[in-house]
Design a protein around this ligand. Structure first.
Ligand SMILES: NC(=O)c1ccc[n+]([C@@H]2O[C@H](COP(=O)([O-])OP(=O)(O)OC[C@H]3O[C@@H](n4cnc5c(N)ncnc54)[C@H](O)[C@@H]3O)[C@@H](O)[C@H]2O)c1
Length: 255
């Protein structure tokens, strides 16, 4: 690898995967480490973060695990304190955590709405709020938030679409606020990538998802991870407030 993140310290939230295989957060953490970053792998489920740390360690990279629920402000502050304590600085926050909800307007209960908003949107606000002060102190930093093409296309997933669209508004607003302080904030909108998060949909859905994009090839966590590497790196030094769509071209079609 080419050391695109050499010398940087990164936090990846949701750095584990909910099942066997490589999800978006796990891929980003591994790629960050391959590119030279020291990575704090954060997950609510400690063994999931530890598994990613072990994969990074086996490749000779530097990472450690931290258990935190990023829907809680205090745990977000603890996560940032751990990065500063273990690695002395914080350059990159990769806000990857998110949960799916496939319910339409009338099926979505108030509890479901609140749960999805907390995990998918509030977590971005709390983690960013905790991470920004040490970045401001050094006059530099990059925040990347994982949205979804669900924010951009009409479909039945009410709470998920609303939360993921909220991320784009959050990113644009914070980018405007933090640009003068040297901090960039961007979003990634993955398309229908095949990860452990959607494994339960089954093989037919997998094939349908693959065929849906103009490229006709299957997207993976690695595709989303590479976008995160770019946005976290100094190569993106003049890019802020943007949403990078990684979807094989899905959103340019009318399907
Ligand atoms: N797979 C897709 O098709 C797709 C498409 C668009 C966007 N996304 C987005 O990608 C992101 C997740 O990707 P993934 O593949 O890493 O998912 P994943 O579910 O495999 O892994 C996410 C990890 O986050 C952890 N987590 C969940 N809630 C948490 C919390 N409150 N605090 C800390 N950790 C928590 C889980 O334990 C899990 O290990 C989500 O934001 C999701 O919405 C996925």
């Amino acid at each position: 690898m080419s050391g695109r993140l050499a010398g940087k310290v990164a936090i990846v939230t949701g750095a584990g995967s909910r099942g066997p295989g490589i999800g978006n957060g796990k891929a980003a953490a591994i790629l960050f480490a391959r590119e030279g970053a020291r990575v704090l792998c954060v997950d609510r489920e400690a063994p999931r973060a530890e598994e990613t740390v072990a994969l990074i360690g086996a490749e000779g990279g530097e990472a450690s695990a931290f258990a935190a629920d990023v829907t809680r402000a205090e745990e977000c502050r603890g996560m940032v304190a751990a990065a500063l304590d273990r690695y002395g600085a914080l350059d990159v926050l990769h806000n990857n955590v998110g949960v799916e909800s496939r319910k339409d307007l009338m099926e979505t209960s108030e509890e479901e709405w609140d749960r999805v908003m907390a995990v998918d949107l509030k977590s971005m606000f709390l983690a960013t709020q905790a991470a920004v002060p040490p970045m401001v102190e050094r006059g530099r930093g990059a925040v990347v938030c994982v949205s979804s093409v669900a924010a951009l296309r009409g479909h039945g997933r009410t709470a998920y679409a609303a939360a993921k669209a909220g991320i784009i508004g959050f990113v644009r607003s914070t980018a405007a606020q933090l640009g003068p302080k040297g901090i960039r904030v961007n979003a990634i909108a993955p398309g229908q990538v095949w990860t452990p998060m959607v494994e339960a949909l089954g093989p037919e859905a997998r094939e349908r998802r693959r065929r849906a994009s103009p490229l006709g090839t299957e997207g993976s966590g690695w595709d989303v991870g590479w976008a995160a590497v770019y946005l976290a790196s100094d190569e993106a030094r003049w890019v802020t407030g943007q949403t990078l769509v990684v979807d094989g071209g899905l959103t340019v079609t009318t399907r």
